[in-house]
Design a protein around this ligand. Structure first.
Ligand code: ATP
Length: 446
């Protein structure tokens, strides 16, 4: 299977099955903004729930937070985003398209007569590179002047820094401790693309872990290990995950160390999560810009200091895309192509399909009752239309791990057939045990 065709097939499956739609499609779409349909919203919610569980509920040293998207404009001065969150860009004076200066499609040197626009082909039409800020700007209140400028946050982390003392004091935590947050972030990306990989509106799952200076390297290594283990636990093929260390100019000015977890996408190895040792950069800057002390008093050491921060920063959309790419497969079954999303059962949007074998002999009634019972605990889908094989295939494409069929024996023997998505094996199970069976299966892989 050619790599690009895998992405095309995935985009088309996502639309057909209701995972992801283009934003404002009836108006021709909005560039690199996507909407999640009924299956997509469940998938992404499962990703976020598993992250929240691992980071907040399963630990006693991390607290949750949901800070607002809009923040005081000084936050972005302190963080360095107003001055430094920029990409060098060039414009084509002829066709008005805008490109990153390092766009590999540009032939020649932008600003020089030999440079050629990759879209309209005009020579000498590209401007010198200019810095372009990636933050979306808007205005607060009725007057559009510079005093009213606010930004849509380009990352969730700053909401954590400015609330660090509030959370510390109200939760009565002590260092080392962390704050986790899931929320929307916005970047006016110039070269967005690859479906939901790089979008202008996306969701981040970020955690900032505050530690005593000097213990940061140790915590950094621990967090690297835990985060990689989390991606493995989502069912991703380990051979498709690797580390990428930031070195030299790649390393952000505030970072003492940075590693990306990369996945081998059809379009190359790309970052899905960054783990950064940010030292005391962020809290020191906020202390300086706000004039408020952000020190921590370490009782055990009888010492005041600004904590160092180890950050883990993942994109919920990017993780969702990774899971979809990793799960997609095509198999030849009985001279037909079976498309399967082999999603980890805890991530699958629908846990079980419920089917009456035929629409008579009391089967629909029994299947409907079973479906309503199961729905109290699991996301299920009822389907009575078409041949049973087709119904199984539809669920395979949606990534549903179990198919439960009410057939002729159900009424007589009070049993149903349970079909496994991956092996297509079927087994008979007492009707009264279906709920327990699903619960056990989902728990076993959690
Ligand atoms: P990239 O170089 O790929 O743009 P980045 O280094 O700018 O990523 P970070 O600022 O470290 O990314 O953001 C942390 C995480 O947020 C990334 O690992 C990614 O999963 C997610 N993310 C960042 N930008 C986007 C985007 N435009 N669309 C979707 N997810 C994003």
């Amino acid at each position: 299977m050619a790599d690009t065709s895998l992405m095309d097939k995935l985009v088309s499956l996502c639309k057909r099955r209701g995972f992801v739609f283009q934003s404002s499609e009836i108006y021709g779409g909005l560039g690199s903004v996507w909407d999640y349909g009924p299956l997509g919203v469940e998938l992404k919610k499962n990703v976020k729930d598993r992250w929240w569980h691992a980071m907040v509920h399963a630990r006693d040293d991390i607290e949750g937070l949901d800070a607002a998207i809009l923040m005081h404009p000084k936050v972005w001065e302190a963080s360095g985003h107003v001055a430094g969150f920029t990409d060098p860009l060039v414009d084509c004076r002829q066709c008005k398209n805008r490109f990153r200066a390092d766009d590999p499609r540009i032939k020649g040197t932008p600003g020089q007569p030999d440079a050629q626009c990759p879209v309209c082909g005009t020579r000498g039409s590209l401007t010198e590179p200019r810095l372009f800020n990636l933050m979306f700007k808007t205005f607060m209140g009725p007057v559009e002047d510079s005093a009213a400028v606010v930004y849509l946050r380009p990352e969730t982390a700053q909401g954590i820094y400015v609330n660090y003392l509030n959370v510390l004091q109200s939760s009565r935590q002590r260092l080392p401790f962390g704050i986790a947050q899931i929320g929307k972030a916005f970047r006016n990306e110039i070269t967005p693309g690859n479906f939901i990989f790089r979008t202008r509106e996306f969701e981040q799952m970020e955690m900032q872990f505050f530690v005593q200076p000097g213990t940061d390297s140790e915590w950094f290594e621990r967090w690297r290990e835990w985060r990689m283990a989390w991606h493995h636990s989502m069912g991703l093929h380990p051979s498709k995950l690797q580390w990428h260390q930031h070195t030299g100019s790649e390393l952000a000015h505030y970072a003492r160390a940075a590693f990306d977890i990369q996945y081998q996408f059809p379009f190359g190895w790309q970052e899905i999560e960054g783990i950064h040792n940010r030292g005391d950069y962020d809290l020191s800057r906020h202390q300086q810009y706000s004039g408020k002390k952000l020190e921590y008093f370490d009782q055990a050491q009888n010492q005041r200091y600004i904590p160092y921060v180890v950050e883990t920063s993942a994109g919920a959309d990017r993780v969702a895309l990774t899971l979809l790419v990793d799960a997609y497969r095509e198999e030849e079954v009985e001279a037909e192509t079976r498309v399967v999303l082999g999603l980890h059962p805890t991530i699958a949007p629908i846990k079980a399909g419920v089917f009456p074998l035929v629409k008579k002999d009391g089967m629909p009634e029994l299947a409907t009752t079973l479906y309503h019972d199961l729905r109290k605990h699991f996301t299920c889908f009822y389907d009575d239309s078409g041949a049973i094989g087709r119904r199984y295939r539809r669920m395979d494409e949606a990534g549903t791990p179990f198919g439960i069929t009410v057939d002729g024996e159900t009424i007589a023997a009070q049993t149903v057939t349970v079909r496994q998505r991956d092996s297509m094996q079927q087994e008979r199970l007492a009707l009264s045990r279906v709920s327990e069976y699903l619960r056990d299966k989902l728990r076993a892989v959690a």
